[in-house]
Write a protein that binds this ligand. Structure first.
Ligand SMILES: Cc1cc2nc3c(=O)[nH]c(=O)nc-3n(C[C@H](O)[C@H](O)[C@H](O)COP(=O)(O)O)c2cc1C
Length: 218
């Protein structure tokens, strides 16, 4: 494979600190909306984000999850609390995510501290998913070794007959995380690789809670 030939040119759409403002949640919402509107097709998931977590020994793991909520406090995703990521977050709640929209030449990086969402938030989201996905989440002890695919499908069939027409209960080990961010980076690809990088850092003290804005070299 010729990696030299893989060279994308970025259009010169700039990023000015003045235009961005100092409310990172608003910028995230704006960029997310634009990314969704201009999405190249239904096959593309504009809310897919890489999520990095680590344990206390410094072992780092990354995987994709779906961004499922943006609120004033931060961003939400849903998963299994006993999965590898859930165990790492229990040891070390610091998390980092990256969203990438290649058709806009944009990336957002977010760092912060993750905490479990309330059971009510998890329950509402769980039951908003298609029933098939609820059943699959209930039988999947995410990240544990399974004897075979067939074994998983059998477990799902057993649960289907147990549940009948009733509601699938929210599993104890399933729910959301809220990442409370303390660092955002907005990246805009520019021509000749002289890209824009704008970072917002949270300065929180007893007296104030402000975002400091700086520009980084690309
Ligand atoms: C596009 C995409 C979206 C995904 N979204 C989620 C998600 O929202 N929650 C989740 O638990 N896993 C999601 N996964 C699966 C994870 O990448 C991963 O395989 C799983 O969470 C187990 O990760 P862990 O063993 O590191 O905990 C997604 C995978 C892909 C490719």
């Amino acid at each position: 494979m010729d990696f030299q030939a893989l060279r994308k040119e970025y259009e010169d759409q700039g990023l000015n600190l003045e235009d961005l403002g100092i409310d990172p949640i608003r910028i995230l919402r704006d960029w997310m909306e634009e990314a969704t509107k201009k999405s190249p097709g239904r096959w593309f998931e504009p809310n897919a984000m890489s999520l990095a977590t680590s344990d206390l020994k410094g072992k780092v793991t990354v995987r994709l999850v779906l961004l499922k909520g943006i609120c004033e406090e931060g961003i939400q995703f849903f998963t299994n609390y006993d999965s590898a990521k859930g165990k790492q977050l229990a040891e070390n709640p610091r998390a980092a995510v990256a969203l990438h929209w290649p058709y806009l030449g944009r990336q957002i990086r977010i760092e912060g501290v993750a905490e479990k969402t309330s059971r009510q938030v998890s329950d509402e989201y769980f039951h908003s998913r298609p029933v098939g996905a609820q059943l699959s989440a209930s039988v999947s002890k995410q990240s544990s070794v399974v004897p075979s695919r067939q074994a998983l499908e059998q477990e799902k069939q057993v649960l289907i007959s147990e549940v009948g027409d009733g509601e699938v209960a929210l599993p104890d080990d399933w729910g959301g995380y809220l990442i409370r961010p303390d660092r955002f980076e907005f990246w805009q690809g520019r021509s000749d690789r002289l890209h824009d990088r704008v970072v917002l850092l949270r300065n929180k003290s007893e007296e104030s809670d402000e975002w400091e804005v700086v520009r980084l070299a690309p």
